[in-house]
Write a protein that binds this ligand. Structure first.
Ligand code: PLP
Length: 366
């Protein structure tokens, strides 16, 4: 699921957690570590002028949409099919990840009224966003997107898609929220925004920023963040947010991520992709591999996947058989077609090669 970019129990992270725990575990007030982590986030993402730490990715997106509504005074939000933004009621509409796997993208327990202000467009189809903007642009507070989708399996934005979202939202006074809970510090230190140069109004972070402990963050334009309580009227709080142990793990993790780390992850990812493509060819299995650096998905039974409809056309039965065949061979993949798999810096070429050998074997068995 992505937080463990250094691998499990990295000694520096374990030491940071132990030292923080020995000092105390929760104070309710901001701590020095919280400020240190916030400083690093602000230094990494040029679009983030101010940041609020929370305790999960879900809290980050929940706060981001409340803030966008409070700032713009508009009620509606627009999301994309197959994008998952945590278990926020208003965002559990055609969400990916577990919701897609279980065939119930709209969760029970979420009344229609709660999602009546949520609009859904197809990922990579900017024309649908334009149509919504023409019809009800003045009512829309924010567009929220996984800028590289991870929760319908990995799906990259088509060239120009994110740029178009930036242009449309800027022109309509709509806030653009990049949910970089997976991609932040994953595809590059500064996430998709570093890769593309596009600046979101608000950015949601999680996973890697907590180094395996519960941390999330919402950051962005200072004029927007100033509307958060206590300086502004948009309420947000959290007893355990900015927890000293969690932020220590986050700081220890991101301080070990250098330009070289991302070169290593790209090299490992390319090796894995090449090996898997060879295995598919050799075994005569139809499949598409989508990869962005160290995050990747092997979709079964399709030649390419560029949106949610494409992802859903894949053969989940074949994925299930592959998953179990890999488990028997000692490799635990994300247990669903609609998830991203991740490489970490604890992996080496040998691990990748062993994985590819097992996959080749599993493909013939599956
Ligand atoms: N946003 C994205 C893109 C995610 O992938 C996830 C979790 O997988 C979330 C938000 C929610 O984060 P959390 O599980 O920490 O609440």
């Amino acid at each position: 699921w992505g937080p463990m970019i250094l691998g499990h129990a990295h000694p520096d992270v374990v030491r940071a957690i132990q030292e923080a725990a020995a000092r105390g575990t929760a104070y309710g007030a901001p701590t020095a570590g919280e400020v240190e982590l916030a400083r690093r986030i602000v230094a990494t993402f040029p679009s983030i002028e101010k940041v609020r730490l929370v305790s999960s990715g879900t809290e980050a997106t929940m706060t981001a949409i409340r803030l966008a509504r409070g700032f713009t005074g508009r009620p509606r939000i627009l999301k994309f099919a197959g994008c998952y933004h945590g278990h926020v009621d208003a965002l559990l509409v055609r969400a990916g990840s577990g919701a897609t796997t279980h065939g119930t993208p709209d969760s029970e327990g979420v009344p229609e009224g709660v999602v009546s202000l949520t609009r859904v467009a197809e990922f990579n189809h900017a024309d649908q966003v334009e149509a919504y903007f023409r019809a009800e642009g003045r009512e829309i507070a924010a567009v929220i997107v996984e800028p590289i989708a991870g929760n319908m399996g990995v799906v990259a934005p088509r060239p120009g898609f994110l740029q178009r979202l930036r242009e449309l939202t800027s022109a309509a006074g709509v806030l653009l929220i990049f949910d970089e809970v997976i991609t932040g510090f994953r595809v590059a230190r500064g996430g998709v925004q570093e890769l593309t140069g596009i600046r979101a109004d608000l950015t949601c972070l999680g996973k890697i920023v907590g180094g395996g402990l519960p941390v999330g963050a919402v950051g962005g334009r200072a004029d927007v963040l100033d509307r958060l309580s206590p300086s502004g009227g948009v309420y947000q709080a959290g007893t355990l947010s900015g927890n000293p142990i969690a932020v220590a793990a986050g700081i220890a993790t991101i301080d070990r991520l250098s330009a070289e780390s991302y070169e290593t992850l790209e090299r490992l990812g390319a090796r894995l992709e090449e090996g898997l493509r060879r295995a598919l060819r050799d075994r005569g299995v139809r499949g598409a591999i989508n990869r962005q650096g160290s995050m990747w998905t092997l979709f079964f039974g399709v030649d390419e996947v560029r949106d949610y409809a494409g992802a859903r056309a894949s053969d989940v039965g074949a994925f299930g058989r592959f998953f179990h065949a890999m488990l028997e061979r000692g490799f635990y993949l994300p247990p669903a077609q609609f998830e991203a798999a991740f490489l970490s810096l604890a992996h080496a070429d040998d691990d990748v090669d062993a994985f590819v050998r097992a996959a080749s074997d599993a493909l013939s068995a599956a």
